[in-house]
Design a protein around this ligand. Structure first.
Ligand SMILES: [Zn+2]
Length: 245
């Protein structure tokens, strides 16, 4: 069964990453309230900034609120300054406003979907071709961007890969996981042990590369997996919690 369109009850983590920007942000708009600070944004309203002892990176969350709108909150590591977190938030503000827009309408906003589609068409085919080239999937034929509520991606017997524009809502290492999953189907049209072993090898290599080249991209909550295929298992567990819209 396809997921419920625009599941309004799910908490959605929209932005992931670490700030490496300057700390030169004025505090004029921040006011302190018992252990947290509130920033008043002209379109988002109150954005709360809260320090969390065990948190390792700054993250921005957008959740539906009780009044049919969105509530934005930012958590930051205890030893990170509020200035740095505000700086990070402001650098991602446009994405946050877009994400929050989804909750202010009963239906998922068409403009938001069109924006995802545009970004997906720019990014996904190129990313897929580059991963295919790196891992020797010369058999890859066409890469298409789709919008459906039934899968994140698919692979046809004609070696065409279809990718859901919803991948643009995920941290890119998780989108890579979906792309690699579909590429592995070019060799194994099933979910058997050989498919999983290949996918695990590619996911491990890809995550190691990302850890070396762009470590901040891994600053999103990935749990541990007890699966026989720990890296792909961990990414797949993350994906299962996400909803298609
Ligand atoms: Zn599959």
């Amino acid at each position: 069964m396809p997921p419920d369109r625009g599941n309004k009850l799910a908490n959605v983590t929209i932005i992931f990453g670490k700030s490496n920007l300057s700390e030169e942000i004025p505090f004029a708009y921040l006011c302190t309230v018992a252990g947290m600070k509130t920033y008043v944004d002209e379109s988002l309203g109150e954005v709360t900034f809260r320090k969390v002892i065990r948190c390792r990176s700054i993250s921005i969350r957008v959740r539906p609120d009780r009044h049919g709108g969105a509530k934005v909150s930012v958590t930051l590591p205890f030893f990170t300054s509020y200035a740095r977190a505000l700086d990070f938030f402001l650098s991602r503000r446009e994405d946050v406003v877009l994400a929050a827009g989804r909750y202010s309408n009963p239906e998922v906003d068409d403009g938001y979907i069109e924006d995802l589609r545009r970004r997906a068409r720019e990014y996904l085919p190129e990313r897929t071709r580059s991963l295919a080239m790196r891992y020797g999937f010369t058999e890859l034929n066409r890469v298409c961007v789709k919008h459906n509520l039934s899968n994140w991606g698919s692979c046809s017997r004609l070696h065409n890969v279809n990718l859901n524009l919803n991948l643009m809502r995920l941290p890119y290492p998780v989108a890579d996981y979906v792309i690699l999953h579909e590429l592995c189907h070019l060799r194994h049209m099933n979910h058997g042990p050989e498919f999983h072993a290949l996918l695990e090898d590619l996911c491990r290599d890809n995550m190691e590369r990302i850890a070396r080249e762009d470590p901040s991209a891994l600053a999103f909550p990935l749990g541990k997996s007890r699966s026989r295929y720990p890296v792909s298992g961990m990414l797949s567990a993350f994906l299962k919690k996400e909803k298609l819209i």
